[in-house]
Design a protein around this ligand. Structure first.
Ligand code: A3P
Length: 280
C-alpha cells in the first residue's frame, strides 16, 4: 500500500517496494513519439491496445504477446524499453500522477478508456480470482466490499477517473478518452476517432479490418493471448458485454453502489455519459 492505494505484488514492487518502483516509472526517459494507454483495470485495456498497435504499425494481425511487456509497473528492468522501436506503445494502470514525468512534459499522447464501473467491478472480480498475482480467494460479496472501501488493486475507480478528467482539463488535446460502451456500439466509428487523434490516415477498409480482427470472439480465441501463454488459461476475455453487472449485484448492493457513485462522481462529465446510457 502506498499513499492510501493498494498495488498488486508484481515483481518490481516485491523487489524494490512500491515507492521506489513507482519512482522508477516516473523517471523513465520518454520519447516524444511515445503513446501511453492509461486505464483503470478491466476497462478494455487489451482491446484498445490491440487497436492502437494495429493503427501505428499499419497491420491487421493480433499481436498480444510481445517480447517485452509494456505495462510499466510490471517490468522488472525498465532499460528493456530502450530497445523498443519508435513509436513505443506503453501502458499502465497507475493513476495520472504516477505517469513518467517526461511523458507529460513532452505532452506525449495518452489514450484513456473508461467503462461503466459496475461492469468494471464484476470484470475485476473474475480477473482477481484467476490471476495468480492477485490470488483473490474471496466471494463476490467480499470483492464488492473491497471495491466499496477503495481496497481493490490500484485503488479507487473514482479517484483514478477524476484524476484523469482533471488532467484532460489541465493538458488540452493530450488525452483521448473513449468509452468501452461506445466501442461496443460503434467500433469502426471509435477506431476512426482514435486514428484521427493519432494523426494516422486510414481507409474505411483498414478501419473495418481492424474492427473485425479485434472483435471479442477473435481476441478471445487468440492462442497468443498472453494470459494463456503464461498461466495456461486465458482470463482477460471473459464475456466482453455491457451490463453483466445485472447478473451479479443484489438489489441492496446496487443501491449502495448508486449512493456512492452519485456522491463520489458528482459533477463529472464522464458521469453524464453513463447517465445517457443508464438503461443499457
Ligand atoms: P469482461 O470481464 O466483462 O469480459 P482489460 O483489458 O482492461 O483487462 O479489460 C478486460 C475486459 O474487456 C474484459 O471484460 C474483456 O472481455 C473485455 N474485452 C476485451 N476485448 C474486448 C473486445 N474486443 N470486445 C469486447 N470486450 C472486450
Amino acid at each position: 500500500e502506498f499513499e492510501g492505494v493498494r498495488f498488486p505484488a508484481v515483481i518490481p514492487i516485491r523487489k524494490k517496494g512500491v515507492e521506489k518502483a513507482l519512482q522508477d516509472v516516473r523517471e523513465i526517459q520518454s520519447r516524444e513519439s511515445d503513446i501511453m494507454i492509461c486505464t483503470y483495470p478491466k476497462s478494455g485495456t487489451h482491446w484498445v491496445n490491440e487497436v492502437t498497435n494495429m493503427l501505428i504499425r499499419n497491420k491487421t494481425e493480433l499481436d498480444t504477446v510481445t517480447k517485452v511487456s509494456t505495462m510499466l509497473e510490471v517490468i522488472p528492468d525498465l532499460s528493456v524499453l530502450d530497445a523498443l522501436p519508435s513509436p513505443r506503445l506503453l501502458n499502465t494502470h497507475c493513476s495520472f500522477k504516477y505517469l513518467p514525468k517526461k511523458h507529460i512534459e513532452n505532452r506525449c499522447k495518452i489514450i484513456h478508456i473508461i467503462r461503466n464501473p459496475k461492469d468494471v467491478c464484476i470484470s475485476f472480480y473474475y480477473h482477481a480470482k484467476s490471476d495468480p498475482v492477485l490470488d483473490f480467494t474471496g466471494s463476490w460479496d467480499d470483492f464488492f466490499e473491497m471495491w466499496m472501501s477503495d481496497k481493490c488493486p490500484y485503488g479507487s475507480w473514482y479517484n483514478y477517473e477524476k484524476e484523469m478528467e482533471q488532467a484532460e482539463k489541465d493538458f488540452p488535446g493530450m488525452i483521448f478518452t473513449c468509452y468501452f460502451e461506445e466501442m461496443k456500439k460503434d467500433d469502426t466509428g471509435e477506431i476512426q476517432r482514435l486514428a484521427n487523434f493519432l494523426e494516422i490516415p486510414c481507409t474505411e477498409k483498414t478501419i473495418a479490418n481492424i474492427a473485425e480482427t479485434t472483435s471479442f470472439n477473435n481476441m478471445q480465441q487468440n492462442k497468443l493471448d498472453i494470459t494463456k501463454v503464461v498461466s495456461g488459461k486465458g482470463f482477460i476475455y471473459r464475456k466482453g458485454e455491457i451490463g453483466d453487472w445485472k447478473n451479479h449485484f443484489t438489489v441492496a448492493q446496487n443501491e449502495r453502489f448508486d449512493v456512492q457513485y452519485t456522491e463520489r462522481f458528482k459533477g463529472s462529465s464522464y458521469k453524464s455519459f453513463f447517465e445517457q446510457i443508464k438503461e443499457t
